[in-house]
Design a binder for this molecule. Sequence first.
Ligand code: KG4
Length: 339
Amino acid sequence: MRILALESSCDETAAAVVENGRQILSNVVATQIERHKIFGGVVPEIASRLHAESISTVTAEALREADMTLDMIDAIAVTYAPGLIGALLVGVNYAKGLALGSGKPLVPVHHLRAHIAANYITHRDLEPPFLCLVVSGGNTMLVQVKDYTEFQVLGRTRDDAAGEALDKAARAMGLPYPGGVHLDEASKGGDPHAFSFPHPNVEGSPLDFSFSGLKTAVLNRLHNAAQKGETIEKADLGASFQSAVTDALLRNTDLALEMYPETDKLVLAGGVSANSVLRERVALLAKRRGVRLYLPELRLCGDNAAMVGAQGFYEWRAGRRADMSLNAAATMPIEENGR
Ligand code: KG4
């Protein structure tokens, strides 16, 4: 079963061919980072235009790299939610055109389910059920993956996502976009105990996250230093902030493992799962709790279409199909199977 998958939810235009949900035959990603950098973040209108400019070239490249033509493909999968609406619409409309023209089935894929599915490519033996910490630019949640297409959210962020907090802190520290990656680099060798940060708690919902207080704390620290003319050691501040974000992520993960003692597999997913401190410390947590840990390989942490092809396979197997009325959605709960 070969799936041609498309992804355009944010600032990467991507296409891939994936076999049986586990094997990458091609994986092409055209990143727009350079075009958004000067604005310090993604400009949605520019993102949509750039997707429209490159989607057909990227798709052709993915087929060429897989040494295939469209008639050798069994289905077309596309990210339809959540994400930037104008950006998503480019992929959705292009996929609809391909499906209509070729008569192949069209399979809608939820972006966060796809991030989780990146792990099925990296770890051929990984099967649900497992507990997954999803940490991306726009979302942070703890999810029980009961089956390939069955999810239960145990905890989610009440405000900012972890990636967003890292990006904002990095930007305030004068680091380039995308901040999380540069903050990770700039913090290497820094003292994680140099600055103290609050330990956010969501009262009554111990598995929920909150990162806005942490973000405000780092911004205040920088403003105070600027007002007093103090210089702040970026490596120390970055390391302390990353450590505080990681603490919050892992404290809830630890609690979830305690609350659901039958869990024997822990999985990380999303762009922030590339973070070196998080990868290191989650390994210690998994060891302490005696659960097997699965991390996505670095090239599949950020947005790509291979992960869409992986999840697309399982959605297809579960009978999920879309027709020409498929629409994009800026928000969509991960549990939902509607469109
Ligand atoms: O999952 P993703 O590619 O996009 C969404 O689907 O949201 O996540 C992007 C996020 C950004 O916030 C980016 O700064 C962060 O992932 N990120 C990192 C690292 N690499 C990417 N954050 C911390 N450390 C990294 N090494």
